[in-house]
Design a binder for this molecule. Structure first.
Ligand code: ASN
Ligand code: ZN
Length: 322
């Protein structure tokens, strides 16, 4: 591990893309009432074939494999938050049965949504722990499915960074909701459980202070910008989708802090309304998205409201004036 170049290690963080888009074949749990979860967790047994062997289906008790049970639990908490806060019934809002696969690959250091299901690696145990340990990361992956189904934000450049950022927003909201934390109490970290003790860092990303999540000999320094003046022009990582997401991430954090209380109550609804706004084009850039958040804040809270002012100021503070 120590022999790898920095570039090789860095390349592990932003996944170059879903490696395996074949449709998930699974036993579908029966359709229940709206909002009732339908989860099936599969075990890839260190192979990279999806979905793998069925390990736990909706309603079954703990199976004793930590990754299987964590995935089941975290997906349940994610669905519950979306249903209770936003009235959203799973990925497609029509009870889409959730499929998750754990133990994907050998020491695989990532998690992803492949267009049909979620996939979680075990981590190498040196830098990364298993990816099911972090509720916000599991929720982040599920949110990619919702974003694909609502806005289809293209996974490239600014629309891709918005896709990443919105996944982070719902990732932290799910965690805050399940812990009943206010915007002030929350840590605003993504993947705090994933870095091992050997890494000098707190998480994969910080929404409050993008660029401050880690500074480590192996991982390097957290490269996320927090303001448009530091926007990163690159062809790596689909145009820096996991880097420039720091800018809209901080905008959400600032808006939620200024509004106060539970972030999902007001700021979360404004972002969710915007995601579901038919005017949001799949190639939207930061400015377009920011404008629509202000619009949706005005629709929900009134054009002269403090919420509109908070959202406008948050975007202005990260260099996206609206
Ligand atoms: N974990 C990454 C993500 O969900 C994988 C990827 O780059 N698609 O953003
Ligand atoms: Zn993502």
């Amino acid at each position: 591990r120590a022999m790898e170049t920095l570039a090789q290690v860095r390349a592990l963080l932003p996944n170059p893309g879903p490696p395996n888009r074949q449709p998930a074949v699974s036993v579908l749990p029966e359709r229940g009432r709206p909002g009732e979860p339908r989860r099936s967790i599969h075990d890839a047994a260190q192979q990279m074939l999806l979905p793998g062997v069925l390990a736990r289906i909706e309603g079954q008790p703990l199976v004793g494999d930590a990754a299987v049970d964590e995935a089941y639990d975290a997906l349940g908490k994610t669905l519950a938050c979306f249903w209770q806060v936003f009235g959203r019934d799973s990925i497609d809002n029509h009870g889409f049965p959730l499929i998750g696969t754990v133990h994907y690959g050998v020491g695989y250091e990532n998690a992803f949504w492949n267009g049909a299901q979620m996939v979680f690696g075990d981590g190498d145990g040196e830098i990364f722990n298993r990816f099911t340990l972090s509720l916000d990361v599991v929720a982040h992956e599920l949110a990619h499915g919702i974003i694909e189904s609502e806005a289809g934000l293209l996974y490239l450049n600014q629309s891709g960074a918005l896709n990443e950022s919105i996944s982070d927003v719902f990732g932290v909201l799910v965690r805050q909701f399940s812990l009943n934390q206010t915007a002030q109490q929350a840590d605003w970290l993504i993947g705090a459980e994933l870095l091992t003790d050997r890494v000098n860092g707190t998480a994969l990303r910080s929404m409050a202070n993008p660029g401050s999540a880690y500074d480590d000999p192996l991982l390097g320094k957290d490269p996320q910008p927090a303001h448009m003046r530091d926007f990163i022009d690159t062809r790596d990582d689909n145009g820096g989708v996991h880097l420039n997401s720091g800018i809209p991430n901080r905008a959400f954090y600032l808006a939620a802090q200024a509004i106060g209380g539970y972030a999902w109550d007001k700021a979360g609804h404004i972002w969710y309304d915007t995601l579901c706004d038919r005017r949001l084009a799949n190639d939207a850039d930061f400015a377009v998205f920011a404008g629509l958040t202000v619009d949706n804040a005005a629709t929900r809270f009134g054009s002269g409201s403090g919420e509109v002012q908070a959202v406008r100021q948050a975007w202005t503070d990260v260099g996206v004036p609206v």
